[in-house]
Ligand binder design. Structure first.
Ligand code: HGY
Ligand code: MN
Ligand code: MN
Length: 433
Protein backbone atom coordinates (compact mmCIF):
# COMPACT_ATOMS: atom_id res chain seq x y z
CA UNK A 1 0.00 0.00 0.00
CA UNK A 2 2.69 2.39 1.14
CA UNK A 3 4.73 1.38 -1.92
CA UNK A 4 1.92 2.26 -4.28
CA UNK A 5 1.32 5.60 -2.45
CA UNK A 6 5.03 6.40 -2.80
CA UNK A 7 4.97 5.58 -6.48
CA UNK A 8 1.83 7.72 -6.86
CA UNK A 9 3.74 10.63 -5.22
CA UNK A 10 6.72 9.98 -7.44
CA UNK A 11 4.48 10.03 -10.50
CA UNK A 12 2.89 13.33 -9.37
CA UNK A 13 6.35 14.82 -8.73
CA UNK A 14 7.65 13.65 -12.06
CA UNK A 15 4.56 14.96 -13.90
CA UNK A 16 5.03 18.30 -12.12
CA UNK A 17 8.68 18.54 -13.03
CA UNK A 18 7.88 17.67 -16.64
CA UNK A 19 5.23 20.40 -16.62
CA UNK A 20 7.68 22.93 -15.12
CA UNK A 21 10.35 21.79 -17.52
CA UNK A 22 7.97 22.07 -20.49
CA UNK A 23 6.66 25.47 -19.44
CA UNK A 24 10.27 26.67 -18.96
CA UNK A 25 11.09 25.47 -22.39
CA UNK A 26 8.03 26.90 -24.06
CA UNK A 27 8.36 30.28 -22.28
CA UNK A 28 11.97 30.83 -23.25
CA UNK A 29 12.72 33.60 -25.79
CA UNK A 30 15.84 34.99 -27.39
CA UNK A 31 17.17 38.36 -26.24
CA UNK A 32 15.97 40.36 -29.24
CA UNK A 33 17.64 43.61 -28.19
CA UNK A 34 21.02 41.89 -27.95
CA UNK A 35 20.61 40.18 -31.32
CA UNK A 36 19.57 43.40 -33.07
CA UNK A 37 22.56 45.21 -31.52
CA UNK A 38 24.85 42.52 -32.96
CA UNK A 39 23.26 42.97 -36.38
CA UNK A 40 23.77 46.75 -36.15
CA UNK A 41 27.41 46.25 -35.23
CA UNK A 42 28.01 43.80 -38.06
CA UNK A 43 26.54 46.33 -40.50
CA UNK A 44 29.59 48.52 -39.77
CA UNK A 45 32.02 46.02 -41.33
CA UNK A 46 32.45 46.35 -45.09
CA UNK A 47 30.46 49.57 -45.62
CA UNK A 48 30.71 50.48 -49.31
CA UNK A 49 30.96 54.22 -50.03
CA UNK A 50 28.67 53.64 -53.02
CA UNK A 51 25.99 52.06 -50.80
CA UNK A 52 25.31 48.82 -48.97
CA UNK A 53 27.93 46.39 -47.74
CA UNK A 54 30.79 44.98 -49.80
CA UNK A 55 32.02 42.43 -47.29
CA UNK A 56 33.37 39.96 -49.77
CA UNK A 57 34.49 36.51 -48.66
CA UNK A 58 38.15 36.27 -47.59
CA UNK A 59 38.70 40.02 -47.29
CA UNK A 60 39.77 42.03 -44.25
CA UNK A 61 36.21 43.38 -43.88
CA UNK A 62 34.92 39.84 -43.47
CA UNK A 63 37.81 39.02 -41.12
CA UNK A 64 36.67 41.92 -38.89
CA UNK A 65 33.07 40.71 -38.87
CA UNK A 66 34.22 37.25 -37.89
CA UNK A 67 36.49 38.65 -35.16
CA UNK A 68 33.46 40.47 -33.73
CA UNK A 69 31.47 37.22 -33.66
CA UNK A 70 34.30 35.42 -31.87
CA UNK A 71 34.51 38.21 -29.29
CA UNK A 72 30.73 38.18 -28.78
CA UNK A 73 30.82 34.41 -28.29
CA UNK A 74 33.72 34.77 -25.84
CA UNK A 75 31.80 37.38 -23.82
CA UNK A 76 28.98 34.84 -23.50
CA UNK A 77 31.40 32.18 -22.25
CA UNK A 78 31.29 30.28 -25.55
CA UNK A 79 34.23 28.97 -27.53
CA UNK A 80 35.03 29.46 -31.22
CA UNK A 81 36.90 27.37 -33.77
CA UNK A 82 37.92 28.00 -37.39
CA UNK A 83 38.36 24.93 -39.58
CA UNK A 84 40.80 24.45 -42.47
CA UNK A 85 38.26 25.81 -44.98
CA UNK A 86 37.79 29.02 -43.00
CA UNK A 87 34.40 28.11 -41.52
CA UNK A 88 33.79 29.73 -38.13
CA UNK A 89 32.04 27.66 -35.46
CA UNK A 90 30.74 29.07 -32.16
CA UNK A 91 30.09 26.46 -29.50
CA UNK A 92 29.71 25.69 -25.82
CA UNK A 93 33.06 24.80 -24.20
CA UNK A 94 36.59 25.36 -25.41
CA UNK A 95 36.63 22.93 -28.31
CA UNK A 96 34.24 22.09 -31.11
CA UNK A 97 32.25 19.02 -30.03
CA UNK A 98 32.78 15.88 -32.10
CA UNK A 99 29.04 15.53 -32.59
CA UNK A 100 26.31 14.82 -33.11
CA UNK A 101 25.48 18.53 -33.08
CA UNK A 102 22.52 20.66 -34.05
CA UNK A 103 24.05 23.27 -36.29
CA UNK A 104 22.49 26.71 -36.90
CA UNK A 105 23.92 29.30 -39.19
CA UNK A 106 24.56 30.75 -42.62
CA UNK A 107 27.29 33.12 -43.92
CA UNK A 108 28.59 36.64 -43.25
CA UNK A 109 30.15 37.38 -46.64
CA UNK A 110 28.11 39.58 -48.98
CA UNK A 111 27.82 40.32 -52.67
CA UNK A 112 29.16 43.69 -53.87
CA UNK A 113 26.93 46.46 -52.51
CA UNK A 114 24.71 43.88 -50.84
CA UNK A 115 22.47 44.14 -47.81
CA UNK A 116 23.06 43.67 -44.10
CA UNK A 117 20.79 40.67 -43.52
CA UNK A 118 21.51 38.10 -46.26
CA UNK A 119 23.36 35.35 -44.40
CA UNK A 120 24.45 37.50 -41.47
CA UNK A 121 21.00 37.30 -39.88
CA UNK A 122 21.16 33.50 -39.74
CA UNK A 123 24.61 33.54 -38.13
CA UNK A 124 23.74 36.20 -35.55
CA UNK A 125 20.46 34.44 -34.74
CA UNK A 126 22.40 31.16 -34.37
CA UNK A 127 24.72 32.85 -31.87
CA UNK A 128 21.74 34.37 -30.04
CA UNK A 129 19.98 30.99 -29.79
CA UNK A 130 23.19 29.46 -28.49
CA UNK A 131 23.50 32.17 -25.83
CA UNK A 132 19.84 31.74 -24.87
CA UNK A 133 20.12 27.96 -24.56
CA UNK A 134 23.26 28.32 -22.45
CA UNK A 135 21.81 30.99 -20.16
CA UNK A 136 18.67 28.95 -19.50
CA UNK A 137 20.68 25.78 -19.25
CA UNK A 138 18.11 23.97 -21.37
CA UNK A 139 18.92 20.29 -21.91
CA UNK A 140 19.25 19.28 -25.55
CA UNK A 141 19.53 15.92 -27.23
CA UNK A 142 22.42 17.22 -29.35
CA UNK A 143 24.94 19.98 -28.63
CA UNK A 144 23.94 23.24 -30.33
CA UNK A 145 26.62 24.92 -32.45
CA UNK A 146 26.43 28.11 -34.57
CA UNK A 147 28.34 28.45 -37.84
CA UNK A 148 29.38 31.12 -40.33
CA UNK A 149 30.27 29.24 -43.51
CA UNK A 150 33.05 30.82 -45.55
CA UNK A 151 32.59 32.40 -48.99
CA UNK A 152 28.96 31.51 -49.63
CA UNK A 153 28.51 34.23 -52.23
CA UNK A 154 31.80 33.75 -54.02
CA UNK A 155 31.88 37.44 -54.98
CA UNK A 156 35.68 37.83 -54.97
CA UNK A 157 36.83 34.23 -55.12
CA UNK A 158 34.21 32.80 -57.50
CA UNK A 159 33.67 29.55 -55.60
CA UNK A 160 30.24 29.98 -54.02
CA UNK A 161 29.47 27.68 -51.08
CA UNK A 162 33.21 27.19 -50.52
CA UNK A 163 32.87 26.42 -46.81
CA UNK A 164 29.77 24.23 -46.96
CA UNK A 165 31.18 22.33 -49.94
CA UNK A 166 34.41 21.74 -48.01
CA UNK A 167 32.77 20.26 -44.92
CA UNK A 168 30.65 17.95 -47.05
CA UNK A 169 33.61 16.76 -49.13
CA UNK A 170 32.27 18.32 -52.34
CA UNK A 171 34.87 21.07 -52.94
CA UNK A 172 36.69 20.41 -56.20
CA UNK A 173 40.36 21.34 -56.78
CA UNK A 174 40.62 23.91 -53.95
CA UNK A 175 44.38 24.26 -54.45
CA UNK A 176 43.74 25.88 -57.86
CA UNK A 177 41.30 28.49 -56.50
CA UNK A 178 42.10 32.04 -57.62
CA UNK A 179 40.23 35.34 -57.87
CA UNK A 180 39.60 37.14 -61.14
CA UNK A 181 43.09 38.63 -61.13
CA UNK A 182 44.71 35.21 -60.69
CA UNK A 183 45.56 35.68 -56.99
CA UNK A 184 45.53 32.44 -55.03
CA UNK A 185 43.08 31.92 -52.19
CA UNK A 186 45.94 30.55 -50.05
CA UNK A 187 46.93 33.67 -48.16
CA UNK A 188 43.42 35.14 -47.61
CA UNK A 189 42.27 31.71 -46.40
CA UNK A 190 45.21 31.48 -44.00
CA UNK A 191 44.43 34.99 -42.69
CA UNK A 192 40.88 33.83 -41.95
CA UNK A 193 42.34 30.90 -39.97
CA UNK A 194 42.15 28.21 -42.67
CA UNK A 195 44.81 26.06 -44.29
CA UNK A 196 44.71 25.24 -47.99
CA UNK A 197 47.16 22.35 -47.62
CA UNK A 198 45.02 20.63 -45.00
CA UNK A 199 41.59 21.51 -46.35
CA UNK A 200 40.60 17.84 -46.68
CA UNK A 201 40.61 17.69 -42.88
CA UNK A 202 37.62 20.07 -42.80
CA UNK A 203 35.35 17.23 -43.99
CA UNK A 204 32.89 16.14 -41.31
CA UNK A 205 32.89 12.48 -40.32
CA UNK A 206 29.51 10.78 -40.96
CA UNK A 207 26.92 11.44 -38.24
CA UNK A 208 28.54 14.68 -37.01
CA UNK A 209 25.49 16.82 -37.75
CA UNK A 210 22.14 15.57 -36.45
CA UNK A 211 20.33 18.55 -37.99
CA UNK A 212 21.19 21.81 -39.74
CA UNK A 213 18.81 24.76 -39.38
CA UNK A 214 19.30 27.93 -41.43
CA UNK A 215 17.29 31.07 -40.70
CA UNK A 216 17.36 33.55 -43.60
CA UNK A 217 15.53 36.50 -45.04
CA UNK A 218 13.27 35.35 -47.87
CA UNK A 219 14.91 37.64 -50.45
CA UNK A 220 11.66 37.52 -52.43
CA UNK A 221 8.11 38.91 -52.20
CA UNK A 222 5.95 35.96 -51.08
CA UNK A 223 5.79 36.42 -47.28
CA UNK A 224 5.37 40.19 -47.42
CA UNK A 225 2.66 40.07 -50.08
CA UNK A 226 0.72 37.49 -48.07
CA UNK A 227 1.29 39.19 -44.73
CA UNK A 228 2.77 36.02 -43.19
CA UNK A 229 5.74 36.33 -40.82
CA UNK A 230 7.29 32.85 -41.16
CA UNK A 231 8.16 30.72 -44.18
CA UNK A 232 8.82 27.00 -43.87
CA UNK A 233 11.14 26.19 -46.75
CA UNK A 234 10.28 22.96 -48.56
CA UNK A 235 12.96 23.03 -51.26
CA UNK A 236 15.86 25.07 -52.66
CA UNK A 237 16.38 25.61 -56.38
CA UNK A 238 19.40 24.20 -58.18
CA UNK A 239 21.72 26.52 -60.05
CA UNK A 240 24.10 26.23 -63.00
CA UNK A 241 26.63 28.95 -63.81
CA UNK A 242 28.28 29.04 -67.24
CA UNK A 243 31.05 31.40 -68.36
CA UNK A 244 31.18 32.32 -72.05
CA UNK A 245 34.05 33.90 -73.91
CA UNK A 246 33.21 35.39 -77.29
CA UNK A 247 36.13 36.12 -79.63
CA UNK A 248 35.57 38.29 -82.68
CA UNK A 249 37.97 40.61 -84.51
CA UNK A 250 39.11 43.86 -82.95
CA UNK A 251 39.13 46.59 -85.60
CA UNK A 252 38.64 50.29 -86.36
CA UNK A 253 35.09 51.48 -85.63
CA UNK A 254 35.22 54.15 -88.35
CA UNK A 255 36.67 52.22 -91.25
CA UNK A 256 35.39 48.64 -90.84
CA UNK A 257 32.26 48.20 -93.00
CA UNK A 258 29.24 46.86 -91.14
CA UNK A 259 29.08 43.71 -93.28
CA UNK A 260 32.72 42.89 -92.60
CA UNK A 261 32.69 42.98 -88.83
CA UNK A 262 33.11 40.17 -86.35
CA UNK A 263 31.89 42.14 -83.38
CA UNK A 264 32.26 40.16 -80.14
CA UNK A 265 29.88 42.41 -78.21
CA UNK A 266 27.07 42.16 -80.74
CA UNK A 267 27.33 38.36 -80.56
CA UNK A 268 27.39 38.59 -76.74
CA UNK A 269 24.32 40.83 -76.76
CA UNK A 270 22.40 38.19 -78.73
CA UNK A 271 23.48 35.65 -76.15
CA UNK A 272 22.19 37.88 -73.33
CA UNK A 273 18.75 37.95 -74.95
CA UNK A 274 18.85 34.21 -75.58
CA UNK A 275 19.57 33.59 -71.89
CA UNK A 276 16.68 35.83 -70.85
CA UNK A 277 14.30 34.09 -73.26
CA UNK A 278 15.08 30.66 -71.77
CA UNK A 279 12.87 31.46 -68.79
CA UNK A 280 10.95 34.61 -69.74
CA UNK A 281 9.58 33.41 -73.10
CA UNK A 282 10.29 29.72 -73.44
CA UNK A 283 9.58 28.75 -69.81
CA UNK A 284 12.33 26.14 -69.88
CA UNK A 285 13.64 27.03 -66.39
CA UNK A 286 12.46 29.15 -63.47
CA UNK A 287 14.84 32.08 -63.96
CA UNK A 288 17.87 32.87 -66.15
CA UNK A 289 20.27 35.77 -65.78
CA UNK A 290 23.37 37.32 -67.31
CA UNK A 291 24.85 39.10 -64.30
CA UNK A 292 28.30 39.92 -65.60
CA UNK A 293 29.59 41.16 -68.96
CA UNK A 294 33.03 42.52 -69.83
CA UNK A 295 34.06 43.96 -73.19
CA UNK A 296 37.56 44.32 -74.59
CA UNK A 297 39.18 46.61 -75.32
CA UNK A 298 36.15 48.69 -74.26
CA UNK A 299 36.61 51.88 -76.25
CA UNK A 300 34.06 53.91 -78.19
CA UNK A 301 36.07 53.84 -81.42
CA UNK A 302 37.00 50.16 -81.47
CA UNK A 303 34.93 47.20 -82.69
CA UNK A 304 35.06 44.90 -79.65
CA UNK A 305 37.35 41.91 -80.12
CA UNK A 306 36.41 40.00 -77.00
CA UNK A 307 33.51 39.73 -74.59
CA UNK A 308 33.10 37.61 -71.52
CA UNK A 309 29.80 36.95 -69.81
CA UNK A 310 28.13 34.64 -67.33
CA UNK A 311 24.83 32.83 -67.65
CA UNK A 312 23.07 31.60 -64.54
CA UNK A 313 20.01 29.35 -64.66
CA UNK A 314 17.91 28.12 -61.73
CA UNK A 315 15.11 25.59 -61.30
CA UNK A 316 13.71 23.10 -58.80
CA UNK A 317 13.92 20.29 -61.38
CA UNK A 318 17.45 18.92 -62.03
CA UNK A 319 16.46 17.52 -65.44
CA UNK A 320 15.29 20.92 -66.65
CA UNK A 321 18.63 22.40 -65.60
CA UNK A 322 20.53 19.75 -67.58
CA UNK A 323 18.35 20.22 -70.66
CA UNK A 324 18.64 24.02 -70.59
CA UNK A 325 22.42 23.91 -70.13
CA UNK A 326 22.84 21.61 -73.14
CA UNK A 327 20.43 23.67 -75.24
CA UNK A 328 22.19 26.93 -74.45
CA UNK A 329 25.55 25.47 -75.45
CA UNK A 330 24.17 24.09 -78.72
CA UNK A 331 22.23 27.22 -79.73
CA UNK A 332 25.14 29.50 -78.85
CA UNK A 333 27.56 27.43 -80.94
CA UNK A 334 25.18 27.56 -83.93
CA UNK A 335 24.64 31.31 -83.60
CA UNK A 336 28.42 31.91 -83.24
CA UNK A 337 29.06 30.14 -86.54
CA UNK A 338 26.49 32.41 -88.22
CA UNK A 339 28.03 35.55 -86.68
CA UNK A 340 31.63 34.57 -87.52
CA UNK A 341 32.81 34.63 -83.93
CA UNK A 342 34.29 31.89 -81.75
CA UNK A 343 32.60 31.07 -78.47
CA UNK A 344 33.94 28.91 -75.67
CA UNK A 345 31.86 27.91 -72.69
CA UNK A 346 32.84 26.52 -69.30
CA UNK A 347 30.32 25.46 -66.67
CA UNK A 348 31.83 26.73 -63.42
CA UNK A 349 29.17 25.62 -60.97
CA UNK A 350 26.29 23.18 -60.72
CA UNK A 351 24.32 22.94 -57.50
CA UNK A 352 21.51 20.42 -57.30
CA UNK A 353 18.03 21.34 -56.12
CA UNK A 354 17.26 19.86 -52.71
CA UNK A 355 14.24 19.15 -50.53
CA UNK A 356 14.39 20.02 -46.86
CA UNK A 357 13.83 17.24 -44.29
CA UNK A 358 10.16 16.62 -43.43
CA UNK A 359 10.80 16.24 -39.65
CA UNK A 360 12.57 19.61 -39.58
CA UNK A 361 9.76 21.24 -41.59
CA UNK A 362 7.41 19.85 -38.94
CA UNK A 363 9.62 21.15 -36.12
CA UNK A 364 9.61 24.64 -37.66
CA UNK A 365 5.84 24.58 -38.19
CA UNK A 366 5.29 23.45 -34.59
CA UNK A 367 7.67 26.13 -33.27
CA UNK A 368 5.81 28.83 -35.21
CA UNK A 369 2.46 27.51 -33.99
CA UNK A 370 3.66 27.55 -30.36
CA UNK A 371 4.66 31.18 -30.83
CA UNK A 372 1.29 31.98 -32.47
CA UNK A 373 3.10 33.03 -35.64
CA UNK A 374 1.33 32.17 -38.91
CA UNK A 375 3.57 30.18 -41.26
CA UNK A 376 3.40 29.10 -44.88
CA UNK A 377 5.34 26.54 -46.91
CA UNK A 378 7.36 27.92 -49.80
CA UNK A 379 10.50 27.14 -51.80
CA UNK A 380 13.68 29.16 -52.03
CA UNK A 381 14.74 30.74 -55.31
CA UNK A 382 18.06 31.70 -53.72
CA UNK A 383 20.85 29.25 -52.99
CA UNK A 384 21.90 28.56 -49.40
CA UNK A 385 24.56 26.62 -47.53
CA UNK A 386 21.72 24.31 -46.44
CA UNK A 387 21.70 23.02 -50.00
CA UNK A 388 25.26 21.68 -49.65
CA UNK A 389 24.75 20.38 -46.12
CA UNK A 390 21.73 18.38 -47.35
CA UNK A 391 24.24 15.92 -48.88
CA UNK A 392 25.25 14.73 -45.41
CA UNK A 393 22.58 15.80 -42.89
CA UNK A 394 18.88 16.65 -42.61
CA UNK A 395 18.36 20.37 -43.24
CA UNK A 396 15.57 22.80 -42.41
CA UNK A 397 15.15 26.45 -43.36
CA UNK A 398 13.10 29.28 -41.89
CA UNK A 399 12.32 32.47 -43.84
CA UNK A 400 11.23 35.89 -42.62
CA UNK A 401 9.80 38.60 -44.92
CA UNK A 402 11.97 40.88 -47.06
CA UNK A 403 10.63 44.41 -47.60
CA UNK A 404 9.59 44.80 -51.26
CA UNK A 405 11.20 41.41 -51.89
CA UNK A 406 14.58 43.13 -52.33
CA UNK A 407 17.92 41.45 -51.63
CA UNK A 408 21.48 41.49 -53.01
CA UNK A 409 21.02 45.26 -52.90
CA UNK A 410 21.60 48.00 -50.30
CA UNK A 411 17.84 48.43 -49.73
CA UNK A 412 17.51 44.93 -48.26
CA UNK A 413 15.37 45.25 -45.10
CA UNK A 414 13.36 43.25 -42.59
CA UNK A 415 11.53 44.85 -39.65
CA UNK A 416 13.22 44.30 -36.25
CA UNK A 417 10.16 42.57 -34.81
CA UNK A 418 10.10 40.12 -37.70
CA UNK A 419 13.81 39.39 -37.19
CA UNK A 420 13.19 38.59 -33.52
CA UNK A 421 10.16 36.42 -34.38
CA UNK A 422 12.31 34.42 -36.80
CA UNK A 423 15.01 33.93 -34.17
CA UNK A 424 12.43 32.64 -31.69
CA UNK A 425 11.21 30.16 -34.28
CA UNK A 426 14.82 29.05 -34.77
CA UNK A 427 15.18 28.66 -31.00
CA UNK A 428 12.06 26.51 -30.65
CA UNK A 429 12.75 24.48 -33.77
CA UNK A 430 16.22 23.81 -32.38
CA UNK A 431 14.71 22.64 -29.09
CA UNK A 432 12.65 20.16 -31.08
CA UNK A 433 15.47 18.99 -33.38
O1 HGY B 1 22.96 33.62 -55.15
C1 HGY B 1 22.35 33.04 -54.24
O2 HGY B 1 21.30 32.46 -54.43
C2 HGY B 1 22.87 33.14 -52.86
O3 HGY B 1 22.39 34.31 -52.28
N1 HGY B 1 24.26 33.11 -52.78
MN1 MN C 1 23.11 36.04 -51.14
MN1 MN D 1 22.44 34.11 -48.13
Amino acid sequence: MRGSFMSFLAAVESARSVAVFDSNRSAVRVNGTRMLADLDKLATYGVDPEGGLSRLGFTSAEDSARAFLREAAGRAGLGSTVDQAGNLFLHPGETLPDGPVVLMGSHVDTVRRGGRFDGTYGVVAGLEVLRTLTEHDLPMRHTPVAVAFSNEEGALFPYPFWGSLAVTGQLEAPAAAVDRTGRSIREPLARAGGDLDAIGEAVWPPGTVAAYLELHIEQGPVLESRGIPIGVVTGIVGRTIMEFEVRGKQNHAGTTPMDQRRDALVAAAKLVLRVEALSADRKLCAVSTVGDLAVEPGQANVVPGRARLTAEIRDLDPTRLEVVEALLREETARSARQSGVDVTCVTTMRSAPVRTAAPLQAAIEAAAADLALPAVALHSGAGHDAQMIAAVAPVGMIFVPSRDGISHAPEEHTAPGQLVDGANVLLHATLRA
